[in-house]
Design a protein around this ligand. Structure first.
Ligand code: C2E
Ligand code: MG
Ligand code: MG
Length: 687
């Protein structure tokens, strides 16, 4: 056995499963293992005579020669893919690893990569086919890797995101958003939905909105399918989009045609019926009445169709602008508008009043002039109202009821409002008659002021509250309880309140001549509506100037609710009036929901304990506690306190014992006419 035959390294080389050969630096083969001989089909002596360049394809020889020279030069291991040619001219793809040995010879080991090459070729083909296939699909398609980097997108997708001139490959959505700010919201939407898809782990269908080249939003239905590695790691995301903008638009159009009036674009009868049904079932739970108002334009048929349509659109616009929350406006064909008012009140009369008030407002909106083709048109409307609560009447029935009512309004002479329900109608008729009488009485001076004294612990008269009385032509003297609400609702409280103010100031001026009366202050009740008028302060200033009354003798009584309606406005007005010398009393204290925090901000002088607490002060423990609390709170805030409705000595004593020393009530004196009041003042001469 020769030394080389027994050298284990040589033996290993000989039998190595790879193709192993050794060449001189110039490529001349000096050794080849058994596998080389087997694969290439040469004998060892044949190979020994050859150069390695003889067993590579001719077109590779030059490149290969260069690589060999490189190996010889840099001494590093080089791995290259080559093809070896067998004796019978077969080409075998190999991965060759060459390195220079210390003796200057080159050591080469080749591994057969035919299988790998075949798979690669197949994959390439598949990829080519897949890409071609994806390109034929008209919907945008995207492939992302597990980190959200874009790997593949087809032409429609490029168009959609305007990516033709952008290097998008392997970028994330957020990186692309940097490059395309217009698309930022769309990209951010994608990121959000991608996360959802990953979280879900299966197909996710979403809608995304992407701007087109005109900046209009297109709606895409997007399918996102996440794929995962065997170990659960994110592998990729296949995203397919479909532009459903047109589909959505046509759905919208179908919806509009089905549910909206073509001329006014308001909800039509069908949609209204759904709304009424919903309102009726909701009212079962809430117990609140709603109302259905049918507004019919008077003499509408006399307009040409073109002008009629313009008028309808204008009326629709006005009514729509005035619509509060919880109200629905519909156009139920021709010139009929319906307003559905939900959740008005649990008392039928109150609900009816609210509906009627709204109907009046609608009438004034319709009455406003309408300019059309250089002409001014004035129109009027008749309104029929029916109230709804519960589901006993169907929506159709309710519309019919409103129609019956509108017919009644029309036969009553048009430009009128009528209720379907006769008892409601008669209640409202009575109310309207009262309002009418109030207006008449205001014009004809049927109001009078009564004076009720305010006293200290020694019964000394400190001042008086003026209280309104109505000398009704047929019903006699009426206290405010029977008419003040109507004054408030109708707005009549403003002229009536002004009359009270002027009368009280005139009286103060007249008293200035009498030493016993000249310093008596008068408390005047002011309603919220009156106080919150924009020009309230200037009205007071003018009244004072015209009458010559002293502001220091005027105390305005405001209620908690009126003060809290608009705290900023209240504080500003009160401060202005205070500068003039006017004082303020907080009437009916304890009945509202005062926030102490707000009260602290109001420049008050006095707090008036409401008579409801005084009434049961000695029998109801909680009333006693409240009264004590009000007194100590007033003390703490540095305010005077007065109790109203004091009828018994027991009440007076309780109040006095607990720190309230000013009173008003029947125990001392009822509200009385001027002469009677003046007679009560010692030595006033009983004016
Ligand atoms: P108010 O301002 O709280 O007036 C006190 C009411 O209690 C008065 O009723 C008065 O007659 C009544 N009263 C006085 N002492 C007693 C008593 O010892 N026992 C009982 N049971 N009642 C007593 P009146 O005059 O009927 O006025 C009722 C309400 O009408 C007033 O309550 C005030 O809120 C309003 N009011 C009266 N006059 C005017 C006015 O000129 N303008 C405005 N806006 N409201 C007014
Ligand atoms: Mg009062
Ligand atoms: Mg009061």
């Amino acid at each position: 056995m020769t030394k080389s035959q027994s050298d284990p390294t040589k033996i290993a080389l000989r039998f190595a499963p790879d193709v192993v050969f050794i060449t001189e630096a110039n490529g001349h083969i000096v050794f080849a293992n058994d596998n080389t001989l087997l694969i290439l089909g040469y004998t060892l002596p044949e190979l020994i005579k050859m150069s390695v360049l003889d067993i590579v394809p001719p077109d590779w020889r030059e490149i290969y020669a260069q690589r060999l020279a490189q190996v010889a030069n840099d001494g590093k291991r080089h791995t290259i893919e080559i093809r070896l040619i067998t004796k019978n001219a077969q080409k075998i793809p190999m991965e060759l690893s060459v390195v220079m040995m210390p003796n200057g010879q080159l050591y080469g080991a080749c591994r057969d990569i035919s299988e790998r090459k075949k798979t690669e070729a197949k994959l390439k083909e598949l990829n080519k086919n897949l890409t071609a296939l994806i390109e034929t699909i008209p919907d945008p398609i995207f492939l992302k890797d597990g980190e959200g980097r874009w790997l593949l997108i087809n032409e429609p997708a490029k168009k959609l995101f305007n990516l033709e001139a952008i290097d998008w490959y392997r970028k994330t959505d957020l990186e692309l958003a940097e490059l395309q700010p217009d698309f930022r919201p769309a990209y951010e939407g994608c990121v959000k939905d991608d996360l959802l898809a990953w979280k879900k782990g299966s197909l996710l269908v979403t809608e995304e909105y992407i701007p087109d080249q005109h900046g209009d939003m297109r709606t895409m239905e997007v399918l996102k399918m996440p794929t995962f590695e065997a170990n659960g790691q994110r592998k990729g995301l296949v995203i397919i989009g479909r532009d459903i903008t047109e589909h959505k638009r046509s759905q919208q159009r179908i919806h509009e045609l089905a549910y909206f009036d073509p001329v006014t674009k308001l909800p039509n009868r069908r949609m209204l019926i759904e709304g009424i049904e919903h309102a009726c079932s909701a009212s079962v739970g809430s117990g609140l009445y709603g109302a259905l108002l049918l507004l019919d334009l008077d003499h509408f048929k006399s307009f040409s169709s073109d002008r009629g349509d313009q008028l309808l659109r204008e009326i629709a616009r006005r009514l729509n602008e005035d619509l509060s929350e919880g109200y629905t406006l519909a156009c139920v064909g021709g010139d009929e508008f319906v307003i559905l008012m939900e959740s008005l009140n649990s008392y039928v009369e109150h609900a009816a009043e609210l509906a009627e008030r709204h109907a009046k407002k609608l009438c004034t909106l319709v009455n406003l002039p309408f300019h059309c083709n250089g002409q001014t048109i004035r129109s009027t409307a008749s309104i029929g109202i029916t109230l709804l609560r519960g589901t006993q009447d169907s929506a159709e029935d309710l519309i019919k009821q409103a129609k019956v009512a509108v017919e009644q309004a029309k036969s009553a002479g048009r430009n009128a409002i009528h209720f379907f329900n006769p008892s409601i109608q008669s209640t409202l008729n009575a109310r309207n008659a009262l309002e009418h009488e109030l207006r008449y009485s205001l014009e004809h001076q049927h109001f009078e002021l009564y004076y009720q004294m305010q006293v200290d612990v020694h019964h000394r008269i400190l001042g008086a509250e003026v209280l309104l009385r109505w000398n009704h032509p047929s019903k006699g003297l009426l206290a405010p309880g029977s008419f003040i609400d109507i004054c408030e609702e109708s707005g009549l409280i403003i002229p009536i309140g002004q009359w009270v103010l002027e009368s009280a100031c005139r009286q103060l001026k007249l008293w200035q001549k009498h030493p016993q009366l000249r310093d008596l202050p008068l408390s005047i009740n002011v309603s919220a509506k009156q106080f919150h008028q924009v020009n309230f302060v200037s009205q007071i200033r003018r009244t004072l100037l015209e009458s010559g009354a002293k502001p220091s003798q005027i105390k305005l009584e405001l209620t908690e609710s009126s003060m809290l309606e608009n705290v900023e406005d209240t504080v500003a007005k009160m401060n202005e009036l205070k500068l003039m010398g006017i004082r303020f009393s907080l009437d009916d204290f304890g009945t509202g929901h005062s926030s102490l925090l707000y009260l602290k901000r109001l420049p008050l002088d006095q707090i008036k304990i409401d008579q409801s607490f005084v009434r049961d002060i000695s029998t109801d423990a909680s009333d006693a506690v409240i009264v004590k609390a009000i007194i100590s709170m007033s003390d703490a805030m540095g305010l005077n306190v007065i109790a109203e409705g004091v009828e018994t000595a027991e009440q007076r004593n309780f109040l006095d014992d607990h720190g309230c020393h000013v009173f008003q009530g029947y125990l001392f004196g009822r509200p009385v006419p001027l002469q009677e009041f003046e007679a009560l003042i010692p030595h006033s001469g009983g004016q």
